[in-house]
Design a binder for this molecule. Structure first.
Ligand SMILES: NC(=O)c1ccc[n+]([C@@H]2O[C@H](COP(=O)([O-])OP(=O)(O)OC[C@H]3O[C@@H](n4cnc5c(N)ncnc54)[C@H](O)[C@@H]3O)[C@@H](O)[C@H]2O)c1
Length: 298
């Protein structure tokens, strides 16, 4: 999945722009553990930032225009996505599979603190995803640290919600959220819900950030390789384009990032969109339309 010196090569850059990877004959855990997770972990990209906003020109199945603007902050280096565990008595009726979740104080503190800062820079409203009713060790630990850090942010309205109730509320009242912070698993699941509410999975971007800038950060669409439409020329390019805008912002070209996002919105508004958004444009047609609008006024 990655050349032997792949990480060394990437380490020399400011940012990494990643297309989706995966193919039905390659087990998902091979592409994940052979490429994406080594990049996220070696470069300590502990924040996975997933903005979901209802762009102009896109119809949401659940939200009204202007109603949806949520950022999901997902822990990206530990938690439930750990390779600690194993299987014993394979192939017998007594077979056992054990996989441990890893929650460190350092890991939880830094992601929760990042989420509070993100909320402070937005509408000062933060919800932490927990499940301390069922997961009785790691989740109360997460909650405890969340409450400790909340004490340092009196101006941020902060609360904890069980992840299942939170998912339901996202569907029923998406406009009531600003920033949501969750563990690796909960952040992954909840951001897929917010992406769907924002219109389609093909739109949503994702930034894997090393906030201290000691290693490169990685930018990608949240969708996978969509093998069921591979080669048809109909994949929605919006997620990849929006991820590019986030990358420009990250490397210090915020104006350029805004221009790219604005060109994307103008294009969607004009009706040039792929079929997953109800349009008839091909991937190339939509991409060309965005490129042509860069620099136009929003
Ligand atoms: N970060 C990544 O590279 C990443 C993330 C998720 C899945 N994957 C891999 O992708 C492969 C397929 O996984 P999956 O089917 O679970 O998820 P997927 O995101 O590829 O597809 C899910 C559904 O969304 C549609 N879709 C996805 N992107 C789209 C786009 N840009 N435009 C229009 N429709 C789009 C697909 O056609 C499919 O119906 C697997 O091999 C998986 O391992 C990779």
């Amino acid at each position: 999945m990655l050349p032997e010196d792949g990480l060394e090569t990437l380490a020399g850059y400011d940012a990494i722009y990643l297309g989706a990877v995966g193919w039905p004959t390659v087990p998902d855990h091979v592409s994940l553990w052979g490429l994406l997770l080594p990049i996220r972990r070696s470069f300590d990209q502990y924040v996975n930032l997933r903005p979901a906003r209802l762009l102009r020109g896109v119809t949401s199945p659940l939200a009204e225009p202007g109603e949806l603007d949520i950022t999901v902050v997902r822990e990206n280096t530990e938690g439930e996505y750990s390779d600690s565990g194993g299987r014993v008595y394979r192939g017998t009726p007594h077979e056992i599979a054990v996989q441990e979740s890893i929650f460190t104080r350092r890991g939880v503190e830094r992601i929760v603190r990042y989420a509070f800062e993100e909320a402070k820079s937005r509408r000062s409203h933060l919800v932490g995803a927990t499940k301390s009713n069922g997961i009785s060790i790691t989740m109360p630990f997460f909650d405890e640290i969340f409450r400790e850090i909340a004490g340092n942010y009196p101006d941020v309205e902060a609360s904890l919600m069980h992840a299942d109730a939170l998912a339901a509320r996202l569907v029923l009242a998406p406009g009531s959220f600003d920033v949501v912070v969750g563990s690796n698993l909960f952040g992954d699941l909840l951001s897929e819900v917010t992406a769907a509410i924002a219109g389609a999975i093909g739109i949503a971007p994702s930034a894997n950030l090393n906030p201290e800038g000691t290693s490169p950060s990685l930018f990608e669409p949240i969708h996978g390789s969509a093998p069921n439409i591979a080669g048809d020329g109909v994949a929605n390019p919006a997620g990849a384009i929006w991820a590019g805008a986030l990358m420009l912002d990250h490397v210090g070209y915020s104006d350029a990032g805004e221009q790219v996002l604005s060109a994307l919105e103008l294009t969607l508004e004009s009706g040039t969109k792929t079929r997953d958004l109800g349009g008839t444009a091909s991937t190339d047609e939509m991409t060309d339309a965005v490129v042509q609008r860069i620099g136009d006024d929003a």
